[in-house]
Design a protein around this ligand. Structure first.
Ligand SMILES: Nc1ncnc2c1ncn2[C@@H]1O[C@H](COP(=O)(O)OP(=O)(O)OP(=O)(O)O)[C@@H](O)[C@H]1O
Length: 303
């Protein structure tokens, strides 16, 4: 049994909106990334995991407990960072955090203090006076102040500046080392690439791909760009039967896409030429992701 399980979850809001037959699981100590653009169904899935919404069919469980039936218990335990936050007026951040501590039954403030320091948050100002970014930091600290074992994060770095985004990724990696189980939704490639052990891509409410980013990087085709010193050699090389993704006569360049097994013969071949530049283009999760948004493309039977 996995810590977090989404099992054939369907919630149909009509007109093709919602989530359809979505399944995913997160094992103990794993960070799982749910990657998709706006409106893909990330928050809908997370709302079901938090027990805020009842599935039309299928179910979601955390530690084997149905999220709808056990919503009160799991909302108390899980560290949930919502996509949007509503904070009350007429309070300072410190008062708000005191209230949250009481609600969570937290008596030891040491972890809270670590979080305040890590996210460079001074909560001693009115909630109304806080900038959007500061409010977002307060939401982060509030979600984790009870040092939860399970973190469910809906687009956690939206509204944070680039430095805070990096600090947040660092925090996730540290928490993962401490054995936490993490489900995070995002539309930021770098964020999921840097922190997740497994990634699922969701499009129009359906999962269209699930992979381990390390395996994908290792197994995916390699792209090389070669620039030649003279035209004759360029002509000779581009006459070969490689999979050229682009050929540029003016710059005497060619881009070649190769399967793993083709790399060694390619390198032997290219060593016969005088080249002025040779570049390998690293695998990009963004390129992989964008394939799934290319119009009219069919993936693994999913249109
Ligand atoms: N309560 C609801 N009633 C009707 N439609 C809804 C409801 N909640 C979500 N939807 C629709 O379901 C689809 C998925 O929405 P969801 O909020 O899950 O997307 P998301 O991937 O989290 O994107 P975003 O980053 O924009 O929040 C959208 O088309 C949305 O308009």
């Amino acid at each position: 049994m996995s810590v977090i399980e989404v099992n054939k979850l369907t919630k149909d809001y009509g007109h093709g909106r919602g989530v359809f037959d979505v399944s995913a699981h997160v094992d103990e100590g794993e960070c799982f990334g749910f990657l998709g653009p706006n409106g893909a169904g990330k928050s809908t899935t997370i709302r079901h995991l938090m027990g805020f919404s009842k599935p039309q069919s299928g179910k979601t469980t955390i530690n084997g407990n149905d999220c709808w039936d056990y919503s009160a218990e799991l909302q108390h335990e899980v560290g949930y960072l919502p996509g949007e936050i509503a904070l009350p007026d007429g309070m300072t951040g410190t008062q708000f955090l005191e209230m949250q501590k009481k609600m969570r039954g937290v008596t030891d403030a040491s972890y809270l203090n670590t979080l305040l320091k890590k996210f460079e948050l001074n909560p001693n100002i009115g909630l109304k006076q806080m900038s959007l970014g500061t409010k977002r930091k307060l939401a982060v600290v509030t979600a984790f102040l009870h040092d939860p074992e399970i973190l469910i994060l809906d687009e956690p770095t939206s509204g944070l500046d680039p430095i805070m985004q990096e600090i947040f990724i660092e925090y996730i990696l540290e928490e993962k080392k401490r054995g936490k189980t993490i489900f995070l939704s995002s539309h930021i490639f770098h964020e999921v690439d840097a922190s997740c052990d497994r990634i699922a891509i969701i499009r129009d409410g359906k999962i269209v791909s699930e992979f381990d980013p390390e395996v994908l990087k290792r197994e995916s085709d390699k792209i090389y760009r070669v620039t030649f010193q003279d035209k004759k050699q360029w002509q000779d090389f581009t006459g070969h039967h490689y999979h050229f993704t682009s050929i540029n006569e003016r710059k005497l360049r060619a881009r070649i896409q190769l399967k793993k097994s083709e790399i060694t013969p390619f390198l032997a071949d290219i060593s016969q030429y005088h080249v002025s530049d040779f570049t390998e283009f690293p695998f990009s999760l963004e390129d992989y992701f964008m394939q799934f948004y290319h119009e009219d493309k069919v993936f693994e039977g999913v249109k």
